[in-house]
Design a protein around this ligand. Structure first.
Ligand code: ADP
Length: 303
């Protein structure tokens, strides 16, 4: 496991009292994945990322990378895109990127090369010499992503990378992230839009009210949470069929239904029962979505 978060707690004193943003958060993430840190607004995602980046001082717990304290990792090995993406309105994107990369420890020459390489991949070169205030939010965001990607870091930490992007830009960024998924690299992104990540994230860390509900490979969790649910589409109307005992179904349209099978009824037995009556056009396992897993995990934790 490349990233290990152990017993991480963090609270904030506010005028209303103490807010526990993270409570004993413990999870691990392997490398070679796009991992999603998923939870509703206010669940502690940004706090966790800020602790990883040491923007916030640690209170309790540990964060390890490759078995060593994250503080030992070269800053250039982490590419971070913060949630608050403040670029200076008057300076050009190029000036700002160059300045920030120099600050991060890159030589002038390397900084320039990295801006060129990643700027080209993100398609920002045509407006890189314009002041930030003349650019749309999406354009500014892609500039900030260029900054995170510069130096081709081993650990990418992206706080809500899709917020503010239109669907086309979001898809481009998604494709770029997929192309960067490789052994040795960890991409950890946060989002509160759980339905966005079913396809993208092959590892998920579910967080709710500062607590970790679940962490694991998405495919494995989907199978673990699967409740013998199937989709079926038939030639004859589903309402006209005799359904075998143990099949609890509801119609999705005249010719299609969702069926949940009791342990006593196999999918083969269901199919055989239906095939004696009509042709089956489509039949497949309906695995739960990440959002469904999240809701069930919240229920089972009684939160
Ligand atoms: P998320 O990123 O999941 O939306 P945050 O980590 O931003 O969640 O916030 C978690 C909780 O901690 C929220 O209740 C938030 O109001 C609180 N919080 C975060 N940062 C601060 C801060 N600097 N001061 C006071 N409360 C904070």
């Amino acid at each position: 496991m490349v990233l290990e978060v152990q017993q991480l707690s963090r609270s904030f004193r506010t005028t209303q009292g103490v807010v526990k943003a993270l409570e004993e958060a413990t999870f691990t993430v392997p490398d070679g994945v796009i991992a999603g840190l998923l939870g509703p607004n206010g669940s502690g995602k940004t706090t966790l990322m800020r602790l990883v980046m040491r923007i916030l001082p640690m209170e309790k717990g540990e964060i390890l990378f490759d078995g060593r304290p994250i503080a030992d990792l070269d800053r250039r090995a982490i590419g971070y895109m913060p949630e608050e993406r403040g670029l200076y309105p008057k300076a050009t994107i190029y000036e700002q990127l160059r300045y920030l990369l120099r600050l991060k420890g890159f030589s002038a020459e390397v900084a320039q090369r990295e801006i060129q390489t990643w700027g080209e991949r993100l398609g920002i070169l045509s407006y890189i010499h314009r002041p930030a205030k003349t650019l749309s939010k999406g354009m500014q965001q892609k500039a900030q992503l260029t900054l995170a990607l510069a130096g081709n870091p081993r650990f990418l930490l992206l706080d809500e990378p899709f917020s503010g992007l239109d669907p086309i830009n979001a898809q481009e960024v998604e494709q770029l992230l997929r192309s960067l998924r490789e052994p040795g690299r960890l991409i950890l992104l946060s989002t509160h839009r759980l339905e966005q990540v079913d396809e993208l994230c092959d590892y998920i860390v579910l967080i709710h009210r500062g607590r970790i509900l679940l962490a694991g490979h998405t495919a494995k969790l989907k199978r673990q949470y699967w409740d013998q649910r199937y989709f079926i589409e038939t030639e004859a109307p589903v309402a006209s069929l005799r359904w075998p005992e143990g099949a609890s179904w509801h119609a999705l349209s005249a010719h299609s239904a969702e069926v949940v099978l009791s342990p006593a009824l196999s999918s083969q037995a269901l199919l055989q029962g239906i095939l004696t009556q009509t042709a089956v056009r489509v039949f497949y396992e309906k695995l739960p979505t990440v959002k469904e897993i999240f809701l069930r995990a919240v229920q089972s934790h009684n939160l």
